[in-house]
Ligand binder design. Structure first.
Ligand code: GDG
Length: 478
């Protein structure tokens, strides 16, 4: 694709499409579900952007292609790179380290080497694809070295970086043997975006302590005269899109069907998460089961639907977690269920968006209890789908979404008794109370939707003054 010369390039670990086999057996592409694609697509279209990332699998030498008007550049990965960069350093080191050590991070020098090599390959490809003075938007923890690598190659570019997961406090981050390299990698960007202000502050403090740069509020002053801004841009969802899906006739019909299939219980509790140890699925199901065992809830009246979307199945910790949840659900249903009335309806699968909307419509109590989560879009999607201002949200204090959704029943996911009383309160709450809370949360989600998020990041990036845009300046690194 020597001819490509893009004014906007999005660099992410994954492409926004998944490889599928079409009805006639030929391979094709399907848009991957999730907020990030919806968020970035309008920006991509407005700027005739190019998205580069890994399409999954180990196919080599794939050519750039267009899908539904989006220019996509697949980045191949070898089995060794997947093990070292993706499953290893990204998901075995950084993911647990950035999520408060919910699991123990592993530090392996070979993983780090693979991380550096893959980041370099992505940076080199981005440098080839971009036109003079173009903008590059780099995403997430798998790509933290790309900003500086790219700046070294292309000092003319305007570079933004956005971290979708939390950025840990200095006390945790400094365990990382390569802490300085990561910070320097990020400082290659003009704007580093985080979900919450606290994460931006953690980053600024670490840069001051570990790299020794001067900082003031959200700015870092580099010795070469460049400034880097670190700021919070809480991500959101396509609220109007979810609401209209939830209002649609087929989704309404499906919601009724789901409720009937569950035996028309008085109240349906719902959890939807990637099957990940940060999401707190185990403790939440235990809390619910104890409420039944204690006699506070009855399986004739209440059921918990837990959707666990398969995730990172090659990583050992994820396989262990899956077995643990399987065992727990089996035990709870064996002990507490009755014929045709399981306490927990457990689904290990992923679903189309319409089915998700139908589940959100069905749920009387949505339970989102991660130990730590950058934002948590599921909580916002639930709120967007509750167009009648009904339903209760039980939300972990440690999800980024708790900063905005203050009217949820906020819980500490480590406190099982606290969760039990919040679940019970939400179950018994009268409609005046739930309506008051839901209305306020709906206002927040509607106003701060994903379009507003993308706009504010891009306009802030566009305003960064200095050595950018068309005027090329040589990079002078300290
Ligand atoms: C990371 C951060 C941050 C899930 N299952 C299905 C499905 N989904 C969609 C949901 C939602 C998205 O995936 C999951 O987003 P979350 O925010 O809940 O969680 P992570 O995957 O951990 O996301 C997180 C996010 O990045 C964005 O910055 O909020 O903190 O960890 O949109 O609806 N969609 C469909 N079928 C499924 O089975 N169609």
């Amino acid at each position: 694709m020597g001819g490509v010369s893009a004014d906007l390039v999005v660099v992410a670990n994954r492409l926004p499409v998944d490889r599928v086999h079409l009805a006639d057996g030929t391979p094709g592409w399907r848009r991957s579900p999730g907020g990030l694609v919806t968020a970035i697509e309008p920006v991509m279209r407005a700027n005739d952007g190019t998205w580069m990332g890994w399409p999954g699998g180990t196919d080599q030498g794939m050519e750039p292609f267009e899908d539904d008007g989006m220019k996509l550049v697949p980045m191949s990965m070898t089995r060794e790179e997947i093990e070292g960069h993706y499953e290893g350093f990204s998901n075995g080191t950084l993911w647990p380290l950035y999520h408060d050590l919910v699991a123990k991070p592993e530090f392996h020098r070979e993983w780090w080497d693979a991380y550096v090599a893959v980041n370099r390959r992505f940076a080199e490809r981005a440098a080839e694809l971009t036109s003079e003075g173009a903008t590059v938007w780099v995403h997430d923890y798998q790509m933290q070295l790309v900003p500086q690598m790219l700046r070294d190659l292309r000092p003319d570019l305007r570079i933004g970086f956005y971290l979708h997961i939390p950025f840990p406090p200095a006390e945790l981050f400094q365990q990382l043997p390569w802490r300085r390299q990561i910070l320097e990698g990020l400082l290659g960007a003009d704007l580093v975006g985080f979900q919450l202000p606290g994460a931006a502050q953690n980053f600024i403090r670490l840069v001051r302590q570990r790299v020794g740069h001067k900082t003031h509020r959200d700015l870092v002053y580099l010795p070469d005269g460049r400034t880097v801004r670190a700021k919070a841009f809480p991500i959101s969802i396509d609220a109007a899109g979810f609401e209209s899906l939830a209002r649609s006739e087929p989704v309404a019909a499906r919601a009724e069907e789901i409720r009937a299939a569950l035996g028309n219980p008085r109240k349906v509790f719902l959890g939807i998460d990637r099957l990940d140890y940060t999401k707190g699925i185990y403790a939440r199901l235990r809390a619910f089961a104890e409420l039944i065992a204690d006699g506070h809830l009855d399986v004739e009246d209440a059921v918990f639907v837990q959707v666990a979307v398969p995730s990172r199945e090659q990583v050992e910790q994820y396989r262990i977690l899956r077995d643990e949840i399987d065992r727990l659900v089996g035990r709870i249903n064996g002990d507490l269920g009755r014929i045709g009335r399981p306490a927990i309806s457990y689904l290990h699968s992923s679903y189309p968006r319409e089915e998700m909307a139908a589940l959100y419509r069905t749920a009387d109590v949505m339970v989102v209890t991660p130990y730590r989560d950058g934002m948590n879009l599921v909580a916002k999607e639930y709120v967007a789908c509750r167009f009648e201002d009904t339903g209760a949200l039980v939300l972990s204090e440690f999800a980024g979404a708790a900063d905005e959704l203050r009217q949820a029943w906020l819980v500490n996911p480590y406190d099982i008794n606290g969760m039990k009383s919040a679940l019970l309160d939400a179950y018994h709450a009268d409609s005046r109370e739930t309506t008051r809370r839901m209305r306020a949360m709906r206002r927040t989600v509607t106003q701060h939707d994903v379009a507003a998020w993308a706009d504010s990041f891009m306009s802030e990036l566009g305003e960064i003054p200095g050595s950018h845009g068309k005027a090329v300046r040589p990079a002078r690194r300290s």
